[in-house]
Ligand binder design. Structure first.
Ligand SMILES: [Zn+2]
Length: 214
């Protein structure tokens, strides 16, 4: 899942206005921000295997630190704890920690059974919406659209940048998503890692939008 996680990030503002949209993006997409780094370090593994599902050519063979249920709960607790340590805001810390964990459950909807419960060997789960491109587009599109709608309703632009930076990000995310779905598979695991790290720019974009809306 890609834009669905950003949809979840957009909803954060509905529950607490304290944190920036950039922080909510970071929480919702946290394990996919760490994953490219672990790929480049050779700690987690992915294989490029077109046809492994109808939607993605990626076969997620080994990603226990970022994408096991136990792993993501630990990340969620850590993320919430760090935010609490800095801001002393329990409610927002809990929302951020929950957003980190939401990532696993959103991935659970779409992934083939490749998501481990525990780090290490054992049962792997996935509800396999990726078997159908249409179903994936509908479900993920709805999650994204709901998040954008809630964020748009909860905040108002302070200036023109506040309007256009948001529209531009929504368009940009949709284009990236569609080109991932319909474009050629990536050349190499290194390319996935490098492009994946560019997602930090989307987090920065979230901070930029948030500064221009209230
Ligand atoms: Zn993920």
């Amino acid at each position: 899942m890609f834009i669905g996680h950003f949809g979840a990030g957009f909803t954060g503002k509905k529950f607490s206005k304290s944190a920036s949209l950039g922080t909510y993006f970071m929480a919702a997409q946290w394990v996919d921000l760490i994953w490219p780094i672990l790929l480049l370090l050779g700690i987690e593994k992915v294989e490029i295997d077109p046809g492994v599902s109808a939607v993605t050519p990626l076969d997620f063979t080994y990603y226990p630190f970022t994408h096991s249920l136990v792993g993501i709960i630990i990340w969620g607790v850590l993320f919430g704890a760090v935010y609490f340590f800095i801001k002393k805001d329990l409610k927002t810390s809990i929302i951020l920690g929950s957003l980190v964990v939401s990532h696993w459950f959103l991935d659970l909807l779409v992934h083939i059974p490749d998501l481990p419960i525990f780090p290490g060997e054992g049962i792997k789960v996935g509800l396999n919406l990726w078997n159908s491109l249409t179903a994936t587009l509908i479900v993920e599109g709805l999650i994204f659209a709901t998040g954008v709608f809630l964020y748009y309703k909860t905040t108002t632009a302070k200036n023109k940048i506040g309007t256009y930076s948001l529209i531009a990000l929504v368009v940009f995310l949709v284009i990236i998503y569609l080109s991932n779905l319909f474009g050629p598979p990536p050349d190499s695991v290194e390319a996935i890692g490098i492009v994946g790290n560019a997602q930090w720019l989307i987090v920065l974009w979230g901070y930029w939008i948030d500064r221009n809306r209230e």
